[in-house]
Design a protein around this ligand. Sequence first.
Ligand code: MTE
Ligand code: MO
Length: 213
Amino acid sequence: MSKERYIAAKQKWAEKQKAAGFTARTVASTDRLPPGQKLTTGFPVLDLGVQPEIPHAEWRLAIDGLVEKPTTLSWDQLNALPQVEDVSDFHCVTTWSKYDCRWGGVAFTTLYELVQPKPDAKFVYFTSFDGYSTNVPLEACLDDDVLIATSFDGAPVSREHGGPARVIIPKLYAWKGAKFVSGITFLAEDKLGFWELRGYSNTADPWKEERYA
Ligand SMILES: Nc1nc2c(c(=O)[nH]1)N[C@H]1C(S)=C(S)[C@@H](COP(=O)(O)O)O[C@H]1N2
Ligand SMILES: [Mo]
């Protein structure tokens, strides 16, 4: 991604934050690597020691909780939704960052519109085929760089990287993005996920180095 595009994306994010009544985060555009991170050119694999194999015919994504229209999507139904691509940086709490990850798939906001969360839905709880879970405030899921990704660099997301589909939330440490995603539940109250229950930060902002609680 060009530096210009990266800066434009950051600016867009800041403008949105401002429009929503929040104070824009002041991250210098030259300051692309969050504090305490090291740039990697590879793509390390982080998981719980299980990489579930889910054939497309058996793949399902259940979207439920505080929504008007609970929905379970098949693989074909997910892929029939509008597709988007977004290039973003990836920051793992174990201190590696990877620039320019090109993810493709369905925007979180598309699923949001599909199931129509009720006004009291404030948190999102993601579950996965490997037993993983993670939680994110709903507001943080509504930026247009938050994806249910099915492709990486133009090819299907590999099994080791969380295929068939994984969640990408670039502005948070990568553990907030569930690989092998199987469920999205909208909740009124926050519910801690796998690593959040084990001492990881609940807010997970790499720019503030919110690593461990
Ligand atoms: N289902 C599931 N999702 C997960 C994990 C996991 O163990 N299981 N690990 C998280 C962590 S700690 C990181 S850093 C990223 C790693 O993604 P990668 O293996 O594609 O680098 O996935 C996150 N999502
Ligand atoms: Mo991680």
